[in-house]
Write a protein that binds this ligand. Structure first.
Ligand SMILES: [Cu+2]
Length: 247
């Protein structure tokens, strides 16, 4: 339904969309019902010449029903929303499927950088691929991400995946996603993280297995792989990363 405005490119995107539609429908129904009732009563009981004002305490049984019955029905809707929300939360945030690949996501003022295994398939080895502002992933592959922050609170968001997770300094927070549609999608930081917050955008590129294998080979030159890992220092390289993002 939302895909006209925002593509859905992960396996759980539709679960989030369905939850939003459920909440909008239930809350929207009661909003329209209550507002309609209010305006009907205002119109029906407006001041008219010769009609005396009625003083109503609202304590009579037949009047109280107008409160108690909708109240009970709204509580039933609340329970439906809570059950829906918990089941989606559990599916996305608690119940991790076995990952095919792992990627490290690093937030720092003001760029996202990524580390993933090179052709050897093992993290933290010389052929790892590090990138800034651009993450390449393979379609129909379950990724586990380990999210860290080097400085302040950031929030890693991929709207097309319906993925959002805060990054907290001093903690590694894990999550997962499984892209199911080839394309290029936005990465955002959705937590005000300083002056350059608005610059902290990136792209996630979902590729076919062939394109991903080609990218992997192109970016892990054996000569580069032989060098010691070049993790950018948190502060020294911040300007270089910023310049990269602005380019
Ligand atoms: Cu940020």
């Amino acid at each position: 339904m939302y895909e006209r405005y925002l593509s859905a490119a992960s396996t759980y995107a539709h679960s989030i969309d369905h939850l939003f539609i459920l909440i909008a429908a239930l809350v929207g129904f009661w909003l329209i019902a209550a507002e309609t009732m209010m305006f009907v009563l205002i119109f029906k009981f407006r001041a008219k010449p010769g009609r005396p004002t009625q003083y109503i305490t609202g304590e009579e049984k037949h009047l109280k029903r107008w409160i108690t019955i909708p109240h009970a029905l709204v509580l039933v809707c609340d329970v439906v929303i809570i059950v829906g929300a918990i089941s989606v939360w559990y599916h996305i945030k608690q119940d991790f499927p076995a990952p095919d690949e792992t990627v490290r996501v690093i937030g720092q003022q003001w760029a996202w950088s990524f580390q993933q295994a090179g052709p050897d398939g093992v993290m933290d080895t010389a052929d790892d691929i590090r990138s800034v502002g651009e993450l390449h992933v393979k379609v129909d592959t379950t990724y586990r991400f380990d999210l860290i922050s080097r400085d302040v609170v950031h929030s890693f968001a991929v709207p097309a995946f319906r993925l959002k997770q805060d990054a907290l300094p001093g903690r590694t927070i894990s999550g997962w996603f499984r892209p199911n549609k080839v394309g290029t999608y936005d990465i955002q930081c959705t937590q005000m993280c300083g002056l350059g917050h608005g610059l902290m955008a990136g792209r996630i590129i979902v590729e076919t297995p062939q394109d991903h294998a080609a990218w992997l080979m192109r970016n892990s030159n054996p000569a580069v792989a032989a060098l010691p890992p070049a993790v950018p220092a948190p502060t020294a390289d911040a300007n270089a990363i910023l310049a990269e993002v602005r380019r």
